[in-house]
Write a protein that binds this ligand. Structure first.
Ligand code: NI
Length: 174
């Protein structure tokens, strides 16, 4: 297993729209290893979701685990939202936008269909944090980030804050 580098805002590669995965590819050793590496990277960060787009792989899949014990890994390949209802506001963060948190309004309940890591299609009806996380990760596959829901002024503040942090990290390392 290996830790993968995570792209960070405002890296333009995060704006790439991901292409569908050929379902026959899911059970290949290369794809399974990539999924293991993504889980390892996500748990290490630590985070509760990671989309392939964030590791510069522009295909439609993502890994998620919102459990306390980190023992409920979920894989979504070619996810589609079949139905959504209600509204919830959650203070979101993102491994591609480190140290930034902001309220985002999303559907409270969703029905999602995807292929799992065994290649089989499944359907899930979820709400709360898992629903937030699935919608957030699916945005990544469209090249969209949670900071896009903020005003342009706030987004510019986020960009400046991250640039400043990176500069500090670089001078620490020097
Ligand atoms: Ni994210």
């Amino acid at each position: 297993m290996a830790l993968l580098p995570i792209l960070e805002f405002p890296d333009p590669r995060l704006r790439t729209k991901a292409a569908p995965v050929d379902p026959a590819q899911i059970t290949t050793p290369a794809f399974q290893t990539l999924l293991d590496d993504m889980f390892e990277t996500m748990y290490e960060a630590p985070g509760i979701g990671l989309a392939a787009s964030q590791i510069d792989v522009h295909q439609r899949f993502m890994v998620i685990d919102v459990s306390e014990e980190k023992d409920h890994p979920l894989v979504f390949v070619n996810p589609e939202i079949l139905a959504k209802s209600g509204e919830q506001v959650y203070q979101e963060g993102c491994l591609s936008v480190p140290t930034i948190f902001a309220d985002v309004t999303r559907a409270n309940e969703i029905t999602v269909q995807a292929h799992g890591r065994d290649g089989q299609r499944f359907e899930l009806h979820v709400d709360g944090l898992l629903a937030v996380c699935i919608q957030h990760e699916m945005d990544h596959l469209e090249g969209k980030l949670f900071v896009d829901y903020l005003s342009p002024l706030k987004r510019e503040m986020v960009r400046k804050k991250l640039a400043k942090q990176r500069k500090l990290q670089q001078s620490d390392a020097a």
